[in-house]
Design a protein around this ligand. Sequence first.
Ligand SMILES: *[C@@H]1O[C@H](CO)[C@@H](O)[C@H](O)[C@H]1NC(C)=O
Ligand SMILES: *[C@@H]1O[C@H](CO)[C@@H](O)[C@H](O)[C@H]1NC(C)=O
Ligand SMILES: *[C@@H]1O[C@H](CO)[C@@H](O)[C@H](O)[C@H]1NC(C)=O
Ligand SMILES: *[C@@H]1O[C@H](CO)[C@@H](O)[C@H](O)[C@H]1NC(C)=O
Ligand SMILES: *[C@@H]1O[C@H](CO)[C@@H](O)[C@H](O)[C@H]1NC(C)=O
Ligand SMILES: *[C@@H]1O[C@H](CO)[C@@H](O)[C@H](O)[C@H]1NC(C)=O
Ligand SMILES: *[C@@H]1O[C@H](CO)[C@@H](O)[C@H](O)[C@H]1NC(C)=O
Ligand SMILES: *[C@@H]1O[C@H](CO)[C@@H](O)[C@H](O)[C@H]1NC(C)=O
Ligand SMILES: *[C@@H]1O[C@H](CO)[C@@H](O)[C@H](O)[C@H]1NC(C)=O
Ligand SMILES: *[C@@H]1O[C@H](CO)[C@@H](O)[C@H](O)[C@H]1NC(C)=O
Ligand SMILES: *[C@@H]1O[C@H](CO)[C@@H](O)[C@H](O)[C@H]1NC(C)=O
Ligand SMILES: *[C@@H]1O[C@H](CO)[C@@H](O)[C@H](O)[C@H]1NC(C)=O
Length: 362
Amino acid sequence: MMTRSHCYCFITIFFTLLLHTLASPPHHFCKEDQRDALLEFIAEFPTGESYTWNKSSDCCFWEGVTCNHRSGQVISLDLSYTLLNSSLKTNNSLFRLRSLRHLNLMDCNLRGEIPSSLGNLSRLLRVLSLGGNKLSGNFPIIFANLTKLSFLGLNFNNFTSTLPVNMSEFINLDQIYLNHNNFSGSIPRSISKLANLTDLHLSNNIISGEIPESISCLKELRLLNLSNNKFRNDIPRCISNLKNLETLDLSSNNLSGQIPQDLGNLSFLSYMNFSHNLLQGPVPRGTQFQRQKCSSFLDNPGLFGLEEICQQTHVPNPTSHQSEELSEAEEQVLNWIAAAIAYGPGLLCGLVMGHIFTSHNQ
Ligand SMILES: *[C@@H]1O[C@H](CO)[C@@H](O)[C@H](O)[C@H]1NC(C)=O
Ligand SMILES: *[C@@H]1O[C@H](CO)[C@@H](O)[C@H](O)[C@H]1NC(C)=O
Ligand SMILES: *[C@@H]1O[C@H](CO)[C@@H](O)[C@H](O)[C@H]1NC(C)=O
Ligand SMILES: *[C@@H]1O[C@H](CO)[C@@H](O)[C@H](O)[C@H]1NC(C)=O
Ligand SMILES: *[C@@H]1O[C@H](CO)[C@@H](O)[C@H](O)[C@H]1NC(C)=O
Ligand SMILES: *[C@@H]1O[C@H](CO)[C@@H](O)[C@H](O)[C@H]1NC(C)=O
Ligand SMILES: *[C@@H]1O[C@H](CO)[C@@H](O)[C@H](O)[C@H]1NC(C)=O
Ligand SMILES: *[C@@H]1O[C@H](CO)[C@@H](O)[C@H](O)[C@H]1NC(C)=O
Ligand SMILES: *[C@@H]1O[C@H](CO)[C@@H](O)[C@H](O)[C@H]1NC(C)=O
Ligand SMILES: *[C@@H]1O[C@H](CO)[C@@H](O)[C@H](O)[C@H]1NC(C)=O
Ligand SMILES: *[C@@H]1O[C@H](CO)[C@@H](O)[C@H](O)[C@H]1NC(C)=O
Ligand SMILES: *[C@@H]1O[C@H](CO)[C@@H](O)[C@H](O)[C@H]1NC(C)=O
């Protein structure tokens, strides 16, 4: 027969086991081929020898490595901010990670050109982040083989080519960071094929020509930054078809003509910058424009109608700091009034009671 203490004992054991199962880490079984590919990859770099990866532990728990819980295949490799200090070799062992979805080698001091064998990376790759290195050469056409790619970060490198003429192979991209390079030529008209594109960062390059009208086909576009390039001629009117646009930075180019009036209709457009161009004519009216800072229109000799926008910053409004102090002072006054209201009757009551008491005693 089970006694009461037996019963408690079983319950305790049961919960201990349950807690143990919940607390113990999930089991991975690092695949040998995946482990070897990772080790070969890191060994290619002069700094790789001393990297923290320990062969005697499960590679799925190595720093920067993520595996699929079931298959044990490496699905993500994040070595950002690791000093690799070399180039990516052609016979790179990375492409043996056949299930890789995320590859982040940002700020690794990588140099040289991207080898074409990178096109042999997993077709499942969605995120490729190589920003902040010293990579040079052409826009790697081989990325076209990565048909699932949705994030491409090549910003802050030293790429020098034009953009690929035919972008139809990049249709899954939704964020492109090519800013701070030496990309030249013009924006290909085929950019219109990137139907899912939300963010296009092309600032700080030497891209020239007109902004193609086809850009207005990018219905999902939220951010367009073309700042610090050599774009010229008119801003296409149809840019106001970009109904989801939130941020438009066209500053420091050689754009001329008028600012399209219809941009004022874009209800999500909260930030615009047209400064340092050759724009002319009236600044469109409408709340979207009135909300911008004066500096967003600076240095466009032919632009007029800025009085209202630019006055706002000149009117001696209380600065935010001053108004904070003001409201603090106001708050204090309010607190005193509140205190007076709260304690006043009590105080009065006390005084009256005291008076009655003392006068009764006398
Ligand atoms: C690697 O891991 C094993 C066991 O986990 C440990 O004994 C060994 O000291 C580690 N080696 C290094 C270089 O950290
Ligand atoms: C990186 O490599 C270059 C030459 O290959 C070398 O001169 C430099 O000292 C290395 N930098 C570091 C931090 O190891
Ligand atoms: C990339 O794949 C192609 C064909 O699948 C193959 O011929 C080539 O050797 C591979 N490149 C590398 C570096 O393995
Ligand atoms: C890649 O090739 C170089 C010589 O070109 C060789 O030293 C290195 O071991 C090779 N790496 C791999 C992973 O095959
Ligand atoms: C790109 O894909 C094609 C067709 O699938 C293949 O033949 C080619 O080897 C791949 N290129 C690279 C660099 O992997
Ligand atoms: C672009 O090229 C110029 C001239 O070759 C060079 O001075 C500059 O550093 C390059 N810019 C970048 C971001 O690499
Ligand atoms: C970028 O590349 C150009 C030409 O290829 C070279 O003159 C320049 O020094 C490079 N700049 C940097 C920062 O690497
Ligand atoms: C662009 O590439 C796609 C896919 O490879 C192809 O079908 C199309 O014909 C190409 N277009 C042009 C103009 O080269
Ligand atoms: C856009 O994204 C949706 C859902 O994320 C996807 O089904 C569709 O294939 C994508 N379209 C293109 C052209 O990549
Ligand atoms: C556009 O790019 C420039 C240069 O990289 C940067 O200074 C600016 O902040 C960017 N604009 C927006 C709205 O992010
Ligand atoms: C800007 O355009 C004007 C006239 O269209 C031209 O004279 C000037 O050289 C251009 N400036 C740049 C930096 O391209
Ligand atoms: C923008 O609004 C104005 C007036 O409200 C209207 O006349 C014009 O057709 C609108 N433009 C677009 C592209 O919707």
